[in-house]
Design a protein around this ligand. Structure first.
Ligand code: ZN
Length: 139
């Protein structure tokens, strides 16, 4: 069994920006030439998360609206009192979403659904550069 690690660099606008990284991840997998196993994507940092979604305009509005209900902006967070960086909501949203996502690899392909894209969501309150780790295990 092999373990291979690569990276996908992205720039985000912050503010619950949703970035489709599916093509970059598929490119990493095709260069790795792994046939069977699994692939984990992981975003470093405590104000972004990873999930999958159908990347279409309606859901790109629905998901941020749902996060706004769960951890609203414009209210007081204890984190902001401690650090003064105003992104308490971003940390809470990232913690709820989680920072990694795993996909099985079969015959060199990711077993994603046709309408299922891998997305990084950057909740921070400013533009960021994010280094997304892609780690593959298999043969
Ligand atoms: Zn913070």
């Amino acid at each position: 069994m092999k373990v291979l690690t690569d990276y996908v660099e992205i720039s985000t606008r912050g503010h619950t920006d949703i970035i489709d990284i599916t093509q970059q991840v598929e490119q990493v997998l095709s260069e790795a030439k792994l046939k069977n196993g699994n692939l984990t994507v992981f975003v470093s940092g405590s104000t972004a998360g990873i999930t999958s979604i159908e990347y279409e305009p309606g859901l790109l509005k629905d998901l941020p609206e749902a996060f706004e209900k769960l951890a609203p902006t414009g209210v007081t967070y204890h984190h902001d009192a401690a650090w003064g960086d105003g992104n308490g909501y971003a940390h809470v949203r990232a913690a709820m979403l989680g920072s990694s996502f795993t996909v099985p690899i079969d015959n060199g392909k990711l077993l994603l659904g046709t309408w299922q894209q891998i997305v990084v969501i950057d909740f921070d309150n400013r533009p960021r550069k994010r280094n997304v780790v892609v780690q593959m295990m298999g043969e």
